[in-house]
Design a protein around this ligand. Structure first.
Ligand SMILES: NC(=O)C1=CN([C@@H]2O[C@H](COP(=O)(O)OP(=O)(O)OC[C@H]3O[C@@H](n4cnc5c(N)ncnc54)[C@H](OP(=O)(O)O)[C@@H]3O)[C@@H](O)[C@H]2O)C=CC1
Ligand SMILES: O=C1OC[C@@H](O)[C@H](O)[C@H]1O
Length: 406
């Protein structure tokens, strides 16, 4: 996430992306736009929802709720949000507000299940921050409930909606790389970005590097492989005595089935056995400085290697800021060719803006340009749990909240 993480970090520290270069055009809202409420005055919300909504004619952020009234008021004022609910009952009050159509949930991971279920019970569509919950079983229950209620629920894997990753997938599926043998996905940032009190270091709140960052690396590897893994080969976590059960970094190797489009026996290798794909996922919250003082550059790339070549997408998390897609292929005469592509898509659109477009389209009954289903989110959590099991740290705790059962 090199640039994405730099972007998110800058944002956390006050830098604003709301420049004409990012959103040159701020359309007038339609007469009855979709009205969002936000649960929690979270740091990520301006980047992930508030700015994209300003550029969408059919959506508006109408309310925010925070556990403290002052915090809610300050956030609402700063972002031009009409209503601010504050106090211990604020989240439920926002959910009970008939003026709200959809809820964005950027709460700590361990609260996702409880508040998504409550939002669905209140009849709201939900855009839910990732990872969807702490366990695959909770994610499955949540999506089953959304279906029963006829509501849209989306785990916000924003990177999946951007043309850069979709172009990369197209290259992988085209067969030009030959039989795919290896996938590498990374998301790691240098130390000094998140302090010890951050939600990411709380086991009770569902923290951990493979929860926060592994969810992207795994979602991306599964997308590029076009399948779910077969097994965890190895997984090891970097831990600290300061945070029992939290991985500051995890590296996992998974085996995937052969890619269907490239594994069929070809004229050049008739009857060849399909090759399993080895996928290595690397995550870290606190990459140590090199030689003790040189900060490491964030790592955020996805690379797919085949028998005839490879593709690398640099910065799959913040491709709107900068990215490149490099394709290297070697033909039967041993001649190697390299080309670089870019896929920025609509001018100024971030991954979050693409995601918003799809979410609103789905609610409005239009077919989104890109979508992934409940099973994709359930599988991601299932394999996150298996990876945590393999590290010895175990799954994050299940929610103990009282959940609606209608
Ligand atoms: N899509 C993306 O690019 C990103 C996604 N994320 C995801 O978004 C979520 C929030 O991350 P981030 O914005 O960094 O987190 P923050 O810590 O900034 O926000 C979390 C919010 O949760 C609320 N909250 C409720 N209960 C608790 C509690 N017990 N402890 C702490 N906070 C609580 C707080 O709301 P209140 O205002 O009510 O006090 C706070 O505003 C996570 O799920 C994370 O994985 C994070 C960064 C980037
Ligand atoms: O998108 C993200 O970027 C920063 C990470 O630590 C965060 O948790 C993740 O969701």
């Amino acid at each position: 996430m090199a640039l994405a993480s730099i972007g998110i970090t800058l944002h956390h520290h006050g830098f604003r992306f709301q420049t004409p270069a990012v959103y040159p055009h701020q359309p007038e809202p339609t007469s009855a736009p979709l009205r969002f409420g936000i649960l929690g005055a979270a740091r990520v919300a301006p980047l992930s929802l508030i700015l994209p909504v300003k550029n969408h004619a059919d959506a508006v952020v109408h309310a925010v709720a925070a556990r403290d009234q002052n915090r809610a008021d300050t956030f609402a004022k700063k972002h031009g949000i009409a209503k601010a609910y504050g106090g211990t009952a604020a989240y439920q009050e926002l959910l009970d507000d008939p003026e709200i159509d959809a809820v964005y949930i950027p709460l700590p991971n361990g609260l996702h299940y409880e508040w998504t279920m409550k939002a669905l019970a209140a009849g709201k569509h939900v855009l839910l921050e990732l990872p969807s919950t702490n366990t695959a079983e909770e994610t499955r229950r949540m999506f089953d409930y959304a279906e029963k209620k006829g509501l849209v629920l989306l785990e916000a894997v924003h990177s999946r909606f951007h043309p850069a990753i979709r172009r990369t997938k197209e290259i992988v599926d085209s067969g030009e790389l030959g039989t795919i043998t290896k996938i590498e996905t990374e998301m790691a940032i240098p130390s000094g970005i998140f302090n010890d009190s951050d939600i990411r270091f709380s086991y009770a709140l569902g923290g951990g590097a493979f929860m926060e960052m592994g969810c992207y690396t795994l979602f991306t590897a599964r997308y590029l492989a076009g399948a779910d893994p077969l097994r965890v080969v190895t997984a090891s976590a970097d831990t600290s005595s300061a945070f029992p059960r939290i991985d500051i970094g995890t590296t996992a190797t998974l085996a995937f089935p052969p890619l269907s489009s490239a594994s069929a026996p070809s004229a050049s290798s008739p009857g060849a056995a399909p090759t399993e794909i080895t996928a290595i996922m690397t995550t870290h919250f606190r990459l140590p400085p090199r030689l003790g003082f040189i900060p490491q550059f964030p790592q955020v790339s996805a690379r797919v290697i085949g028998t005839r070549g490879e593709v690398k997408l640099f910065n799959y998390l913040g491709p709107w800021l900068y990215h490149y897609i490099t394709v290297k292929t070697t033909d039967e005469n041993g001649v190697t060719k390299t080309r670089t592509e870019k896929a920025y898509g609509n001018y100024g659109w971030t991954t979050y803006r693409y995601q918003l477009e799809a979410f609103v389209d789905k609610i409005r009954g239009r077919t989104p340009d890109h979508w992934y289903d409940a099973q994709d989110s359930v599988s991601n959590l299932r394999w996150i749990e298996r990876i945590y099991e393999a590290t010895g740290l175990g799954s994050r705790p299940e929610s103990s909240a009282q959940i609606p059962t209608d």
